[in-house]
Design a protein around this ligand. Sequence first.
Ligand SMILES: *Cc1c(COP(=O)(O)O)cnc(C)c1O
Length: 485
Amino acid sequence: MSEAVRPDAVADPDSPHALRRLSAIALGALADGATARGGPLPAGGPGQVAARTRALCSPVLPEEGLGAEEALYGVVRAAAEGAADPSARHCVAHLHCPPLAVAAAADLAASALNPSMDSWDQAPAAAVIEEEVTAVLARLIYPGRPGPDAVVTSGGTESNLVALLLARERARAAGARAPQVFAGANAHHSVRRAAWMLGLPEAVVVDCPDGRMSPAALDRALAANGGGPALAVATAGTTDEGLIDPLPELAAVARSHGAELHVDAAYGGPLMFSAKLAPRLAGIEHAVSVTYDLHKLGWQPVAAGVLAVADAFLLEPLALTADYLNADDDTEAGLPDLLGRSIRTSRRPDVLKIAATLRALGRQGMARAVEHCVETAVRFAAAVDAHPALRRRAGEPGISTVLLRPAAADALPGEAGDELVAAIRRDLLAEGRAVLGRAVAADHDGRRRLWLKVTLLHPQTAAADLDALLKLVAERAEHLSRRDA
Ligand SMILES: *Cc1c(COP(=O)(O)O)cnc(C)c1O
């Protein structure tokens, strides 16, 4: 008889010896990798990163295996050494958060137990935990509604897709034509892509003069639709700037045309944890559905997406029977039917890490962490405003995003200013010193310019971290403009 794999190789939760030993190796490799990296991302740019990574991980499929210890160490070490580490204070490009240790540990347990959320007989307790968590996540958005519901998704992209799918099915059930989607010019690309995937008419783009959707423009666009079924998609926390569309006004405009409202709050949704910040999302309760992510402001490892709906019955179009997973007689005999809570079949128990996090921090702890990020952005914006060599895009900073440029870029002719901004970002990336984002946004004179984007999601950023970041940007701007002069 051939030995398939070593007998202790399965991550058996009843005898966690192998997992404990290997976890220690993985944690050691994480630490060694971080030390070798020595900054928020690896120095040397893509070529050097690829060479170092391949040296630790290739060949991926050797003829004879290396054994768990060596293979695990190499892969984890390579991933850590070459990581853009969101827990580093100068890794601030994207909506890419540092995951909480409690969430990461719960995710390890989820991997070991491997409940799959598509049938009760694969996830008896995880199904209950999901029910509890989704009830809380639904009430967070719709505290005043009698029966809201929520489903767990892989992120904002899937949430927006399911939201548009449900809108399409509501129109179909009413015997109407497919709904026309109206999305702001500031909307996430996943909204247009969802319309494309679902065979809906191409989304109408609504004007966003100051980065937010204009209610007057939505009014004109809906009037031109001739009263057919329509879904207006507003954004609460734009990806580039963290700006929140005027939800109460947009909801009123939509209502006046008999249109439905979906809010993409992938970024901003967790403001609802904070009594102080929730008023910024006033009007969200008028939405028929709301997208939000807990792997952005929520400190979960990817994936942790949510789609909340105003009433549980709105999810009915997802209902589906597959005899091997939820046969009618099993459901009648009392086995919970989970299949209709996703467009996926096999599905990770992402609720376990969410449940552990919410219980660990409580509502107040989540609120304080969100507030910290928002306050950090205000402090950072003030520091940019006070800096002689830098300037900020005019207006209030978005949720926790700040756009800035070196003043030196403004003195340059033509495209050279934007090129300087792009070069600063690429230089800092190549040197492994900072991970800054980029965004194109209108300036005070109406011209669209390139900005450095700083997305502050670390729940423990300190003022000194921000000062050091500004110093880095200003020095690099000066160095590059002197070189080019
Ligand atoms: C990030 C983001 C998305 C996409 O979410 P994923 O979780 O990356 O799929 C959608 N909408 C907005 C506004 C976002 O910021």
